[in-house]
Design a protein around this ligand. Structure first.
Ligand code: ZN
Length: 139
């Protein structure tokens, strides 16, 4: 049994920037030497989320529209009144998505669907440098 921890560092544009991180996650997995177990992908921070999507422009736009409906940027947030950083919407969106996913690792492959990619969504209201932890546990 091994635990291998890798980091993915990337810069985002913020403002609900949706980034396909599947290649970086797959690279972390293949370089770990682990072929059977579980892959945990976690983003540090309370204004970003990790999930999966069919990464194509239409759906990326649909997802952004969805977030604007459930937690509008210009909505009223107690967080903004308290901290004046204007990103209350980003915290709410991030918490609704979650900060991590786990993917099974079987025979050296993550069994993602053909049209299923792992994405980072950076909701914050400014460009950010993000750190994603990929932890691979198994044999
Ligand atoms: Zn804030």
């Amino acid at each position: 049994m091994a635990t291998v921890t890798k980091k993915i560092k990337l810069k985002t544009k913020g403002n609900t920037d949706i980034i396909n991180i599947t290649p970086q996650v797959a690279e972390a997995v293949s370089s770990s030497g682990v072929t059977s177990g579980i892959v945990a992908v976690f983003v540090i921070g309370s204004t970003a989320g990790i999930t999966t999507i069919e990464y194509e422009p239409g759906l990326v736009r649909d997802l952004k529209d969805y977030f604007e409906k459930i937690a509008p940027v210009s909505g009223e947030y107690e967080h903004n009144l308290r901290w004046h950083d204007g990103n209350g919407y980003a915290h709410v969106r991030a918490s609704s998505v979650g900060q991590s996913i786990s993917v099974p690792l079987i025979d050296g492959e993550m069994p993602l669907g053909t049209w299923q990619q792992v994405i980072l969504i950076d909701f914050d209201n400014k460009a950010r440098a993000r750190e994603i932890i990929v932890q691979i546990v198994g044999d």
